[in-house]
Design a protein around this ligand. Structure first.
Ligand code: ITT
Length: 207
């Protein structure tokens, strides 16, 4: 055992995720030095060529672990809409095209769902957290939150599709929840709390 916090590279270029993951792991009592992949310019962008959240999360974490020699932690996530057979799913970040921003993605989704009645607007956020250690050990954990999509964006917190997603048992969107309220029920809160013991174990060095 050592008393110092080990370095773990956060394999995401989404600043909102960085903030949420740091917050969730800190709240779970995990004491590691979470360094952003932005501090390793030699590690290029990872092509997310997988067909599932798990494959893409592992692709991102493996590439960053290989490129840095450090344990890497990735999140692949998205919104899955029942009336659209699970889409946008893994394509959530680029739904309105490559390089499209959150607002364009959200407005395209709303337009596509215009004729879908309230009782058929079920959706879920999904997150898969993946930890890859330089010795090849891999851990994954999935988190999910069910809810429904409203017709007009509401709220200024969060990011992405938060302003149109109302979680089950709530009347507010996830963009109207406080940070702590979102973490308590969110897909990312669930996946990162589930993987937290494996992240904490990075501190246990065998001598
Ligand atoms: P990295 O791959 O670098 O982590 P990214 O934003 O491209 O960043 P993803 O490929 O996992 O990440 O796409 C996730 C998208 O799903 C994200 O851009 C949002 O549009 C949506 N999303 C995921 N989690 C969300 C959340 O908590 N609130 C709102 N939208 C979310």
């Amino acid at each position: 055992m050592t008393g110092t916090a080990s370095r773990v590279v956060l394999a995401t270029r989404n600043e909102h995720k960085v903030v949420e993951i740091r917050r969730i792991l800190a709240e779970a009592g995990v004491v590691v030095d979470l360094t952003s992949v932005a501090e390793f310019p030699e590690v290029g962008d990872v092509v997310e060529s997988g067909l599932t959240f798990t494959e893409n999360a592992l692709l991102k974490a493996r590439a960053v672990a290989a490129g840095t020699g450090l344990p890497a932690l990735a999140d692949d996530s998205g919104i899955t809409v029942a009336a659209m057979n699970g889409m946008p799913g893994i394509f959530s970040a680029r739904w309105a095209g490559p390089g499209a921003g959150d607002a364009a993605n959200l407005h395209l989704l709303l337009a596509q769902l215009q004729d879908v009645p309230d009782e058929h607007r079920g959706a879920a956020f999904v997150s898969v957290a993946a930890l890859v250690r330089p010795d090849g050990r891999e851990f994954v954990a999935e988190g999910r939150v069910e809810g429904r999509l409203i017709r007009e964006p509401r709220g200024a917190n969060g990011f992405g599709y938060d302003p149109i997603f109302v979680p089950e048992g709530e009347s507010r969107t996830t963009a109207e929840l406080s940070a702590a309220e979102k973490d308590a029920l969110s897909h990312r809160g669930r996946s990162f709390r589930a993987i937290a013991p494996h992240v904490a174990a990075v501190n246990d060095h065998v001598h």
